[in-house]
Design a protein around this ligand. Structure first.
Ligand code: S3P
Length: 429
């Protein structure tokens, strides 16, 4: 599938976006571990999150679907059923890494596989802590890449573990294994990463100790069955927020979107770049903050994006780089080397694609320097099978002269079913 994009007329829209990907995965996993039935509303029907449900079903978890799209998950109280079949995690690093924490604690063998992109992503980061807890893991791909084979153990031991990379996936993997291990498990993170797992554990009645960057759980506490409403995904909203921010006079309202403080770095950056923006939180309480974001576009100026801010905007960097190309002055992105091991090497692909569109970009080992303000021209660009690349460059195409074609764009289904239809509605194209 190809997406064809042309320069957008004035962007003015009032929208909702699909459910949050990270939160959907976690809601399914905790519901599956729970001691009863949980209804998950607004669960993301993207390939990644449907993949998590498929893997859970293979492991004996009964999941029904109601007519309004709500998923009803019947928890298995922490005990999965062994399967001889491979557990196919598709394109989803979150599925593979979070599931590996749960499978490490099951008294059986499992094998997790993925598509070409996932088969190039590093797994040592989860193998090391899970090995220290007492599971045996090995990979059958190149280096530490999938397939990932896990010999689980019903007698995992809690550990104290300092994360070598700022990764919410690894943090969550270790905490989930910790629930099923003996004693206390503590994870120390170098900087704050998204805290959906901690919040959701608390929402499902599991005590979590948080002292700065030290997060601990005690083994033996299973989630208690609860219903859960997944908020809209701020990482999906990001595409429209950047499009509106970069078009002077444009106006966009996104409703019922997640406003978790560990995910809204994009808003601070767009403000720094000159956009006018308002956020309003509607619901607090346990779980996740949800609210409304309104942006009025302006002539953006370049900014510096780096340091502790990076984990907070890790999935938004491709579209922020597009914002940088549209802004006046220089936008520097640094400390973002992790982008090289996402669904594609996002630094290399973003640098290549922006250059193809006429922007001036330097690629560094851990980031990009973008000299903004040059006019963009349409180009034919590969998605590299990476959903966020496909969508970020569809947004770039809204500001380019001529036609922009995104090739192999099926991958948008990973996180944003309905993206192309929403693009057409928002741009009247
Ligand atoms: C995710 C964490 C991030 C992010 C990914 C989803 C999660 O990965 O890029 O899309 O749900 O925990 P890392 O934690 O590996 O940086």
């Amino acid at each position: 599938m190809e997406i064809r994009v042309y320069r957008a007329p004035r962007i003015e829209a009032d929208i909702r976006v699909p459910g949050d990907k990270s939160i959907s995965h976690r809601s399914a996993l905790l519901a599956a571990l729970s001691d009863g039935t949980c209804r998950l509303r607004n669960y993301l029907r993207g390939e990644d999150c449907l993949g998590t449900l498929r893997v859970l079903r293979q492991l004996g978890v009964v999941i029904e679907e109601e007519s309004d799209g709500t998923f009803m998950v019947h928890g298995c109280a922490g005990r999965f059923v062994a399967t001889e079949a491979d557990l196919d995690c598709g394109n989803s690093g979150t599925t593979m890494r979070l599931m590996s924490g749960l499978l490490a604690a099951q008294p059986f063998h499992s094998r997790l596989t993925g598509d070409d992109s996932l088969s190039r992503r590093p797994m040592r980061r989860v193998m090391e802590p899970l090995g220290l807890m007492g599971a045996k893991l090995r990979t059958e791909g190149h280096g530490d890449c999938p397939p990932l084979v896990i010999e689980g153990s019903a007698s995992l031991q809690g550990i104290e573990y300092r994360l070598p990379v700022a990764s919410a996936q690894v943090k969550s993997c270790v905490l989930l294994a910790g629930l099923l291990a003996r004693g206390k498990t503590t994870v120390m993170q170098p900087v704050t990463t998204r805290d959906h797992t901690e919040r959701m554990l608390e929402y499902f009645g599991v005590p979590v100790e948080r002292e700065g960057e030290r997060i601990s759980v005690m083994g033996g506490h299973l989630p208690q069955a609860r219903d859960f409403q997944v908020p809209g995904d701020i990482s999906s909203a990001a595409f429209w927020l950047v499009a509106a921010a970069a078009q002077p006079g444009a106006n966009i309202v996104v409703r019922e979107v997640g406003l978790n403080p560990t995910r809204i770095g994009l808003l601070g950056i767009l403000l720094r770049m000159g956009a006018r923006l308002r956020e309003e939180e509607h619901s607090k309480g346990p779980g996740e903050p949800i609210g409304k974001i309104e942006i009025i576009g302006a002539r953006l100026r370049g900014t510096l994006i780096g340091g502790k801010e990076i984990p907070n905007v890790i999935d938004e960097i491709p579209v922020l780089a597009v914002a940088g190309a549209l802004a006046s002055g220089t936008t520097t992105i640094c400390d973002a080397g992790e982008l090289r091991v996402k669904e594609s090497d996002r630094l290399a692909v973003v640098a290549h694609h922006l250059t193809a569109m006429g922007a001036e970009v330097t690629e560094n080992p851990d980031g990009l320097v973008i000299h903004g303000g040059r006019p963009l021209r349409g180009a034919r660009l590969s998605s590299h099978g990476d959903h966020r690349i496909a969508m970020a460059f569809a947004i770039a195409g809204l500001f380019a002269e001529g036609e922009t074609v995104i090739e192999d764009a099926e991958c948008v289904e990973t996180s944003y079913p309905g993206f192309v239809e929403q693009l057409r509605r928002i741009t009247n194209g």
